[in-house]
Design a protein around this ligand. Structure first.
Ligand SMILES: [Zn+2]
Length: 292
């Protein structure tokens, strides 16, 4: 009877003993009792085992959780890599398109026999520029319409020597040995100059898509970093011939659905190796008043 009562006390104290919460005296008492009591030894052992199982279970849970977490982390990493890859492909595609166009343009702008017709519309102003070029000779005719006033400028150039013939409401005047003012490739040169200067920026920011313009397969490049049209504030859009790298149309000002009246449109038509000698005739100087 005495022993049974001791056992009850000892077993009540065992949880505290296991967790080392008993004082020295109690601890000695419990250990002394257990040494001589098979039943309490058993209870202690099973309590210890229970605790171990619980610890194992908790560990297992944690491991499973970590595994799940790692899988999620892996998936996240893959998704991020895929996004990075897509972004790089998009940027890379634009970079490749721009550098290919640039190469084609370099090849074509050095052709010595060409006919280019340019139409410029800007608000109430419009201009038509017609240029024939062959064997170092060129004839450029610019016709301007500005609020129903028209003027005509003809530049005749023979291997660097240029005469300019002007016709307006004030009469006809010729300027001999004048400077060339009508640089036909200026806009195209600026496009490629800007492309080079802001290559990375344009690769990232510009948008490039395939479209038809004036019957030609083009890339339409918008959100393009440049300063092509001096007065054109805001956006620009450029249509570039996929074959030649030459601009077919330039939009300046407000690009998009809500274009404004003063926005600029420039259209280009090109012919290569079709110009004949008779296309390049100097105007009859006798009809003009000569200005020196
Ligand atoms: Zn006992």
């Amino acid at each position: 009877m005495e022993k049974k009562r001791d056992c009850k006390i000892v077993q009540d104290l065992l949880p505290n003993y296991i967790e080392n919460l008993t004082n020295e005296e109690t601890k000695n008492y419990i250990e002394e009792h257990i040494k001589n009591c098979g039943e309490c030894t058993k209870v202690l052992k099973s309590m210890n085992e229970n605790i171990q199982t619980n610890i194992d279970r908790a560990n297992k849970k944690e491991i499973n959780y970590m595994k799940k977490f790692n899988t999620k982390l892996k998936i996240l990493k893959i998704i991020i890599l895929i996004i990075i890859a897509i972004v790089l492909i998009i940027i890379g595609r634009k970079a490749i398109i721009m550098s290919n166009l640039s190469k084609k343009y370099e090849g074509n702008r050095n052709i010595k026999n060409y006919h280019i017709k340019t139409y410029i519309y800007s608000g109430t102003n419009s201009q038509v520029i017609d240029t024939y070029c062959k064997d170092g000779k060129s004839l450029t005719t610019l016709i301007s319409l500005n609020n129903e006033k028209s003027s005509k400028i003809v530049e005749y150039s023979d291997n660097g020597k240029t005469n300019t013939y002007m016709e307006s409401n004030n009469g006809k005047t010729a300027f001999l040995n004048s400077k060339t003012n009508l640089k036909i490739f200026n806009n195209s040169n600026s496009i490629y100059e800007n492309m080079k200067q802001h290559f990375v920026k344009n690769s990232i920011l510009a948008s490039i898509r395939s479209v038809k313009c004036n019957g030609v397969d083009c890339y339409y490049i918008s959100n393009f970093q440049n300063n092509i049209i001096p007065n054109g504030q805001g956006d620009y859009g450029i249509y570039i011939d996929k074959e030649t790298g030459l601009p077919i149309r330039i939009l300046g000002g407000t690009v998009g659905s809500s274009r404004e009246i003063n926005d600029t449109i420039i259209d280009y038509y090109y012919e290569f190796n079709t110009v004949q000698d008779e296309d390049i005739q100097e105007p009859n100087i006798e009809e003009y008043m000569i200005n020196k």
